[in-house]
Ligand binder design. Structure first.
Ligand code: NAP
Length: 282
């Protein structure tokens, strides 16, 4: 039976360390601050944004939630970002995605100063991740790395398979595993013999967005299985991309959903906000 990697517990440990660091920074006269912009009334986004504000408060980071109406123009949003780019008390800026259809997401991400881009979505920061010289960690993949390393699992020399090649999870995840000296294979919807490739994985990271997609027969006995997926079932229950019950019988380690990768993403955002504040005060 697989050992459960408890994301809630690991996240709480890291948030404690962050709270200590915030205290130390404040003693040095550095006050980290995060601005979160939300446009429109998407209920899921509202929950995420509220959670980000709450998390900041818990660790002592100043935060501002800027709620803009659905009909906000792209120009108005860009003007708001320009204003936040200039404000000293704001170290990090996050624009909650998705944006309403009339606003171009790429232009909005590009407008955030790379020094304040705590989601690490801008071309500059993505490039830095690629060459391994990154300041800001892509939040979800960085959370996955913390889950693995804080569980005492070594990555170097292991075969890692990532299913999914999105810009926010799969691709940066593959890069971080590569920088940690894993041998990395990235799979996607056109991959042939997916189950066979998955069975080569010592570490399998799944970020597809399809409930219970990865089954026990796709997993090598003893493998580390990290489930990034967040899917709502018809009964409203949250579930991952991995068939948890079946895969738990085969894997060595597994993350549950909820309570695995999910809690780590905001934690890594807090970490990035501290990094931004430090860099802006050198
Ligand atoms: P995405 O942009 O939709 O990308 C999904 C990826 O999965 C694509 O690369 C796609 O391949 C691949 N894929 C789809 N069907 C496949 C199949 N049958 N076989 C192999 N690969 C397949 O999704 P995302 O933004 O990366 O998110 C993935 C999941 O993680 C979602 O459930 C999302 O909710 C969750 N998520 C969780 C967190 C968190 O904090 N826990 C954060 C972000 C995302 P192609 O490229 O070929 O289309």
């Amino acid at each position: 039976m697989a050992q459960i990697i408890d994301g809630k517990k690991i996240s709480a440990e890291i948030r404690k360390e962050i709270a200590e660091e915030v205290k130390a920074m404040k003693a040095e006269g550095i006050n980290p601050g995060l601005a979160v912009i939300i446009v429109g009334e998407n209920p899921a986004s509202q929950v995420y944004v509220r959670n980000k504000g709450k998390a900041c408060e818990e660790v002592g980071i100043y935060s501002e939630i800027i709620a803009m109406p659905e009909e906000t123009t792209e120009e108005a949003l860009l003007a708001k970002i320009a204003e936040l780019n200039e404000r000293k008390e704001i170290s990090g800026i996050l624009v909650q995605l998705p944006l309403p259809k009339h606003i171009n997401e790429a232009s909005v991400i590009a407008a955030i100063s790379p020094d304040k881009d705590v989601d690490a979505f801008s071309e500059v920061n993505v490039g830095k991740i690629m060459i391994g010289n990154h300041r800001f960690l892509p939040c979800t993949p960085a959370g996955v790395m913390e889950l693995i390393t804080r569980s005492g699992i070594s990555i170097e020399g292991k075969n890692a398979v990532v299913i999914g090649r999105s810009n926010i999870v799969g691709k940066p995840q593959a890069m971080l595993l590569l920088h940690a000296n894993a041998t990395v294979t990235v799979c996607h919807s056109r991959t042939k013999n997916l189950a066979e490739v998955c069975r080569t994985a010592d570490i399998l990271v799944v970020a597809i967005g399809k409930a219970d997609f990865v089954t026990a027969d796709m997993v090598k006995p003893g493998a580390v299985v990290i489930d990034v997926g967040m899917n709502r079932k018809a009964n409203g229950k949250l579930t991952g991309d991995v068939d948890y019950a079946g895969v738990s019988e085969v894997a060595g380690y597994i993350t549950p959903v909820p309570g695995g990768v999910g809690p780590m993403t905001i934690t890594m955002l807090l970490k990035n906000t501290l990094t931004a504040a430090r860099e802006q005060n050198i």
